[in-house]
Design a protein around this ligand. Structure first.
Ligand code: 5GP
Ligand code: MN
Length: 385
């Protein structure tokens, strides 16, 4: 008799690009072929969750690529995601809708957005995992941008809204607990060194200058990778599958996997089973059918409360990191201030204690879903200042 594996069957997807029917169809197909139930789909950005035309026009992309997609059917409940789907944002998103969910939330039944940055707990039976993630892509000029994007977005805000911000890195830096899986859209800088750079360059010759100059990927993600040292890190954006294996100085290890975008014949999906004991990708699946549940993470809630005062100071927020060019890395500015934040976090953690606070299933329709009869002005974006 085959031993029953207890764990969470997870599918990871690279860039989603609004292909809800296709990707969910692929999930159903894998379930049929392997005779398993996928418990969780993790998506690494460029999801394009347009509820309607207004959302579509809040996505940054060349006009010729503007497409309504099929998300609105899942939003209004005509279609349903086949499994719990959790995603972070990339650089092609309904940025107005995602900004409303800055701290994370249900954006459709069974579809959860992690927010600008977040760490949550996922449980199924005896298996628990801590999932972290941060949305957007890194552009150095917007990292300390003091201009908070407000609705309606001005044209430059349509892009700055999804550029990584120092506050998210600061929040993640304050986390001292264990993280099992982390999601980002762009790659941690230098990650190519931990895999086959040669193979990568064969597939993507145009990466050569960036690899040579050491600028491929995101500097903040490099910082987060070294700090959180998660068991797995999944990413997308570069449109190529790439695996790497990082051995940290602490002895901990991170398995990195980047996936491609959703197109026929491309490596856009990877299925694996997460178990408490064997934190590795392998081709065995769990057959237990306990429900999968989401919980807030007490340490993360404490960080959100502690750092809230920084958010309210947005345009007067001090610089929180500096780049040390000798070490080629970001460093926290004012270590004593950071220690104060850490202490305040510890006090709040005592208040939250070990309470298990379930993430409520509180999805609501808040904007009219796309009307299929409406074909007027389909691809004419409104003028922006
Ligand atoms: P997107 O789908 O987000 O519009 O664009 C992603 C594309 O930009 C991919 O084809 C990816 O290879 C390319 N890309 C993203 N970041 C970099 C980078 O830092 N260097 C290079 N050379 N290409 C990049
Ligand atoms: Mn992208």
């Amino acid at each position: 008799m085959i031993e029953q594996i207890k764990g969470i069957n997870i599918a990871v997807e690279g860039c989603f690009h609004g292909n809800f029917d296709e990707i969910f169809g692929t999930i159903r197909e894998i379930e049929k072929q392997k005779k398993i139930k996928i418990d969780l789909l993790l998506v690494c950005g460029d999801v394009q969750t347009h509820r309607n035309k207004h959302d579509m026009f809040n996505m940054a992309c060349p006009v010729k690529y503007l497409q309504m997609g099929t998300f609105y059917k899942y939003y209004e409940g005509k279609e349903r995601a086949p499994c719990l789907t959790i995603f972070i944002g990339g650089n092609h998103e309904a940025s107005n809708y995602l900004r409303e969910m800055y701290f994370g939330g249900w954006i459709a039944p069974n579809i959860y957005y992690l927010g600008d940055s977040n760490i949550i707990q996922i449980k199924k039976g005896n298996t628990t995992l801590k999932l972290g993630g941060t949305s957007g892509i890194f552009k150095i000029f917007d990292f300390n941008n003091p201009k908070l994007e407000q609705f309606p977005f001005k044209s430059e805000q349509l892009r700055s809204v999804y550029h990584s911000k120092q506050i998210d890195l600061y929040k993640l830096s304050l986390y001292e607990g264990e993280v099992n899986i982390f999601l980002s859209h762009d790659w941690p800088q230098q990650i190519h060194q931990y895999g086959s750079t040669k193979e990568l360059l064969k597939k993507k010759q145009n990466f050569e200058p960036d690899i040579k100059s050491g600028r491929l990927g995101s500097q903040p993600h490099k910082f987060t990778l070294e700090r959180l040292q998660p068991n797995f890190w999944f990413a997308a954006h570069m449109h190529v599958k790439f695996e790497a294996f990082v051995k940290h100085k602490s002895g901990k290890q991170t398995k990195f996997l980047a996936l491609d975008k959703c197109l026929p014949g491309r490596d856009f999906l990877q299925v694996f089973t997460y178990t408490n004991e064997q934190k590795d990708l392998y081709d065995q699946f769990a057959y237990n059918d306990e429900p999968i549940e989401l919980f807030y993470d007490p340490e993360w809630l404490s960080i959100v409360q502690t750092t809230y005062k920084l958010l309210t100071l947005w345009d007067k927020m001090p610089k929180l990191f500096e780049y040390n060019s000798a070490l080629k890395e970001l460093q926290i500015i004012k270590k004593d201030k950071f220690e104060e934040f850490l202490n305040e976090k510890h006090v709040r953690m005592k208040i939250f204690g070990n309470h298990k606070i379930k993430i409520p299933n509180n999805f609501e329709i808040t904007s009219p879903p796309y009307d299929e009869q409406d074909t007027t002005n389909r691809l004419i974006p409104p003028k922006r200042v």
